[in-house]
Design a protein around this ligand. Structure first.
Ligand code: ZN
Length: 216
């Protein structure tokens, strides 16, 4: 049976998943590896809630180039519009980690033609999410990471974001209202690359694993 995706907050509350906001180029080293300029304002796009998965099995579309993008994910816990940077922390229910999976070749094709890249970003299971921790958990000061078959392929620090979480919330809330269960994929550090069937993925922060997935 197909049911709408839900996410559990750190306090046990269950949220029906709403809009998945995603941020492009929020780390200097990733902008560099994509040969793209560092943005002056947040680049915002979206995925459908239908794209969300918490695993453990991730079924890739066949015969295409799927890239992993490891990201910190914000779970919104309260509604809000026109939220100031200082008030932004108040709407956060918790933070997790996730993968913004991307059909890279198709995305490049859409970009070159000036077409919307939605199909390359919002396909089935293209938004992977780990368990959610409180936003004030001390581990958010440590490095977060993605390991594929035991090898660390991406590593980042929240501190290195060009636009911090509170600025992203404030910026998005100027043009769109937030509702509980909305998610923000906050952008990837460097090290994006292709996935292959059979791989085992571990996502964690500091010494702790937050999620483990198998590519099918
Ligand atoms: Zn991304």
């Amino acid at each position: 049976m197909i049911t709408p995706p839900e996410v559990q907050g750190p306090d046990g509350r269950i949220y029906r998943v709403g809009t998945l906001y995603c941020i492009g180029r929020n780390y200097r080293n990733h902008a560099r590896e994509m040969d793209a300029p560092v943005p002056e304002h947040p680049i915002v796009f979206s995925k459908s809630p239908a794209a969300l998965t918490q695993g453990p099995d991730i079924y890739l579309p066949p015969e295409v180039n799927v890239h992993h993008e490891l990201e910190i994910v914000v779970l919104i816990g309260k509604p809000g519009r026109n939220i100031s940077v200082t008030a932004a922390e108040g709407v956060i229910a918790g933070l997790g980690l996730g993968l913004d999976l991307t059909l890279r070749d198709l995305q490049s094709e859409f970009k070159a033609k000036g077409l919307p890249w939605f199909r390359s970003k919002s396909f089935h299971q293209s938004a992977v999410l780990t368990s959610i921790l409180p936003a004030n958990d001390p581990r958010w000061k440590e490095n977060y990471w993605l390991e594929i078959d035991g090898k660390r392929v991406q590593e980042g620090r929240m501190h290195d974001m060009i636009f911090p979480v509170t600025e992203l919330i404030s910026d998005i809330s100027q043009f769109s209202a937030f509702f509980p269960g909305d998610l923000i994929y906050t952008g990837t550090p460097e090290g994006v690359g292709p996935l292959r069937v059979g791989q085992e993925l571990r996502i964690g922060i500091g010494k702790d694993e937050l999620g483990r997935y198998w590519i099918r």
